[in-house]
Design a binder for this molecule. Structure first.
Ligand code: KDO
Length: 336
């Protein structure tokens, strides 16, 4: 009797909890695991699409995936803190954001280090990443599940090519280039030769249209997704950063799941990352033609000049001083 009564109370309490939090309840009365995910990306960004169309269905029997886009619930760069405080379960985070907490992550923010999408995956899955992942988990309570491909970042300017042709870093002198707002990003802007301005992603379109900034840097799929081509005139194919993001989850939430659920979450994250990567690569390959049709001038600069300046500035920087000995060599050895 007592056991049944106690059990009923427990089930009722769980049902009540699920009603009050709006979480759907499973048939046995247990609530689904709530996975609120925040990203500064749009709903049509391929990483968001992969999370909604691939990740969510694969965890749908036991988890309620609740995405929010365009920094609507947390400002860009505050998501990791929100996970750490228990106010959010998931985000699509960056090495630049992680470098705010753990400076050694700046190795993955450095220009011309990652060579391509496959190289990113090889690095993320290599044992060299284990101490990085462990530190994030132990000290921030965040688990990095998988690596997503954002793409090759290119310099995208308001000026026409007649007004400003960019072949080498010195051509960007004085160019007010919007970069995201962390030290790692600002340094990359300086290394490119520009005068970087920190600004949240959600403000970039307006800043470009009013001339508050001369340009911004992002991969071609982002330039198209955010319609930056409407308010800019040229793209310089510097490919200065093969940019990545990590699918991040609260370690507390992850550890509260059964081993089976954890394996499903991991597999779902890997499947979403793979799907997003494939589509993003296809888009990157096809978008130059689309951008030219929109009247954009798209051209390659002297990439070696950019690579040489960016690499030497990083190696001389305070960032490189935080990179654990031997890691850059291991990262390079995993490339071509
Ligand atoms: C950006 O702010 O330019 C950036 O591309 C930086 C990335 O790390 C990533 O956060 C991305 O924005 C957003 O997800 C929006 O696509």
């Amino acid at each position: 009797m007592k056991v049944n009564f106690t059990r009923r109370i427990a089930v009722a309490a769980l049902m009540a909890a699920s009603v009050s939090t709006g979480m759907p309840a499973l048939a046995d009365g247990h609530s689904k695991v709530q996975l609120r995910m925040a990203t500064s990306g749009t709903e049509t960004d391929q990483r968001s699409v992969a999370m909604a169309n691939v990740f969510a269905p694969l965890v749908g029997t036991f988890a309620s995936f609740e995405p929010s886009y365009n920094s609507t619930i947390f400002a860009q760069g505050t998501e990791l803190d929100a996970i750490s405080r228990g106010n959010l379960e998931m985000s699509i985070t960056s090495a630049q954001e992680l470098a705010q907490f753990f400076p050694e992550f700046s190795i993955f923010t450095a220009g011309y280090v990652h060579q391509d999408a496959d190289h990113q995956v090889a690095v993320f899955n290599d044992p060299l990443m284990d101490p990085f992942k462990a530190k994030v988990e132990d000290e921030l309570g965040v688990k990095l599940l998988s690596v997503m491909y954002l793409g090759r970042r290119q310099v995208n300017l308001r000026q026409t090519k007649d007004e400003l042709t960019v072949n080498k870093p010195s051509d960007l002198a004085g160019v007010n280039l919007r970069m995201p707002g962390t030290d790692a990003w600002q340094f990359l802007g300086k290394a490119l030769g520009a005068a970087p301005t920190p600004m949240a992603f959600s403000e970039v379109y307006t800043a470009l249209s009013t001339g508050a900034v001369d340009g911004q840097d992002n991969p071609l799929p982002t330039v198209v997704d955010k319609k930056f081509y409407e308010v800019t005139n040229q793209i310089v194919l510097t490919s200065h950063l093969v940019d990545l993001n990590y699918i991040a989850i609260s370690a507390k939430t992850f550890n509260s799941m059964t081993a089976e659920q954890q394996a499903a979450v991991q597999a779902a994250a890997d499947a979403a990352a793979a799907s997003g990567r494939k589509i993003q690569l296809e888009l990157e390959g096809s978008l130059v033609a689309f951008l030219e049709e929109q009247g954009m001038e798209v051209y390659e600069p002297d990439t070696a000049a950019f690579r040489n300046q960016v690499q030497s500035m990083y190696l001389d920087s305070e960032f490189a001083a935080t990179w654990p000995a031997g890691v850059l060599e291991k990262v390079n050895a995993l490339g071509k």
